[in-house]
Design a protein around this ligand. Structure first.
Ligand SMILES: O=C(O)CCC(=O)C(=O)O
Length: 222
């Protein structure tokens, strides 16, 4: 993968409250899912959560993740004292991860058809659940086999501040809001940017019975 140039890493002036001009490779499809589509996806997501409830997993440092995590697809991302990896079974239950619901694949296919990565074929979906006070520290997604493939994230529920940084952990990171129904594509020159979730805004979900925020992060892991 080509290193990012200083111009790609720089952000234009950022005005609080307004989304920054996003760097190359980062695509935000604001409001990609309308309210009925969000409600319908939430019903599907609850089926997945019934089959594989979210858990706060152990981190390498000995703590627990702030967000509760689960997966669906061929493999799922997992973290414990041994480190970070994709697993074919759910370590919490010993059984396989639930398969991708068709409704998940349909959203991914629809958004990717109009993207620079029309052939994107995910085999994993890490589902993060954030309640009040939960966050995710700056990190890179680097356990996947092929970094030419993007990470595609659907947001459902409460609004959150997404942080996007540069190629090094210490690079300046800027926040922008992700809302229920938004889809964020992180690929190309932005695929390896550090990123995270600074905070969520409890009570802002347009779907009243979603508690907190869910992110459905689709990956080509294998
Ligand atoms: O919740 C989000 O939107 C970000 C999730 C994320 O960065 C990850 O799962 O690696």
């Amino acid at each position: 993968m080509k290193p990012m140039t200083p111009a790609q890493l720089a952000f234009p002036a950022f005005e609080p409250g307004l989304p920054p001009a996003l760097p190359e490779g980062l695509v935000l499809r604001r409001g990609f899912l309308d309210l009925p589509e969000q409600k319908s996806l939430w019903i599907t997501l609850q089926e997945v959560l019934k089959a594989a409830p979210g858990v706060q997993t152990r981190t390498k440092g000995g703590g627990y993740t702030s967000a509760a995590m689960t997966n669906c697809g061929k493999v799922g991302w997992w973290s414990d004292a041994k480190g970070y990896r994709y697993t074919p079974t759910n370590p919490a239950s010993g059984g396989p991860w639930p398969p991708f619901p068709n409704a998940f694949l349909e959203v991914v296919q629809r958004v990717m058809a109009e993207s620079p990565w029309p052939g994107f074929a995910p085999d994993a979906c890490l589902i993060n659940h954030y309640v009040k006070g939960a966050k995710m520290g700056l990190h890179q997604d680097k356990d996947e086999a092929d970094f030419s493939q993007p990470i595609v994230t659907v947001s459902l529920g409460d609004t959150a501040d997404f942080l996007i940084g540069g190629a090094a952990r210490g690079d300046k990171a800027v926040p922008f809001k992700v809302q229920s129904g938004d889809v964020l594509l992180m690929g190309g020159a932005s695929r390896m940017r550090f990123h995270g979730i600074r905070k969520i805004y409890p009570g802002t979900s347009p779907v009243s019975d979603i508690g907190g925020r869910y992110s459905l992060t689709f990956r080509k892991a294998l």
